[in-house]
Design a protein around this ligand. Sequence first.
Ligand code: ASC
Length: 152
Amino acid sequence: MRLLSAAALAFTVTLPMTTHADEALDELLEARHGFYQMLAMNMGTLAGMAKGETPYDEATASRAAANIEALTHYDLPSLFVEGTASGQIKDSAAKPEIWTNMDDFKTKFGGLVEAAAGASEAVKGGQDKVGPVVGKLGGACKACHDVYREKS
Ligand code: ASC
C-alpha cells in the first residue's frame, strides 16, 4: 500500500502536461509572433498606401515606417532559441535550418535592418514615395521567408 502510493505520487510528479521550460518556450514563441505581427501591421499600412487602397497620409506613413525601423533595432535573432523550430513546438513556422545557418539567418535579418534604415524619411513627400520603400522592405522579408519560414 505504502509502495503503491509512492508510485502514484511519483506518477503525478513526473507527468505534468507542461514544464517550466515548455512554458518559457511558449512565451518566447508568443513574443516572436507579436514581433512579426507588429511588423506586418505597419507593412500593411504602407502597402495599402502604395497600392492606393488607402489615401496617402504623410504622417501616418512616416510613423508606420518609423515603427518598422524601431522594430529592426530589436535583437530578433535572440528570440530564435533552440527548441522553437517547427516540429519542436506548436505553431512555429521556423525551419530547423535557422539553427544550422545562424550566421546567415542573422545576415538575412541584417537585410531588413538595412532596408528599414531611413524609411521614415523616405516615405515623405507623396504617395509615389511609398512603393519603393515597401518593395525594399518586402524584398528583405521575402529573402528570409523563402529560406527559413515553413510554407503555410
Ligand atoms: C508583409 C508580410 C510579409 C512580407 C512578405 C513580403 O507585409 O506580412 O510576410 O510582407 O509578404 O514578401
